[in-house]
Design a protein around this ligand. Structure first.
Ligand SMILES: [Zn+2]
Length: 116
């Protein structure tokens, strides 16, 4: 005689080797119980795993979002800087042209002025 188990129905204690509760006659199959417990454990572990996986997945997603936002911000800053430098270049080019034109005008004026 081995372990004593407690009847789920009436709470009576009886030997595990007995298939039915001697007090209320409720069926009790330890093998079934074990199987049930095993499947429950499997379900629990599956749930835990899926929770862990989703947590990891969420962490990954958040990381990707952060990386994406950072990359996006960096891209925007680079584009703005490029745009600014381009417009500055254009501006300086414009200024240079204006200066040249002005100098040419001055030259012409001076040339004209030099003439008697
Ligand atoms: Zn019982």
């Amino acid at each position: 005689m081995g372990k004593t188990i407690i009847c789920e129905k009436c709470g009576g204690h009886y030997d595990i080797s007995l298939v039915r509760c001697p007090y209320c006659g409720a069926g009790y199959l330890p093998a079934e119980e074990d199987e049930y417990m095993d499947s429950m454990e499997e379900v629990r572990q599956d749930l835990e795993d899926s929770v862990n996986r989703s947590e990891k997945h969420i962490g990954k997603s958040v990381g990707l979002i952060v990386v994406g936002i950072t990359a996006g911000v960096v891209m925007i800053i680079l584009i703005i800087m490029l745009f600014l430098s381009l417009s500055k270049e254009k501006e300086s080019e414009k200024n240079r042209q204006l200066k040249e034109e002005f100098l040419n005008d001055q030259q012409i004026t001076m040339d004209l002025g030099d003439e008697p």
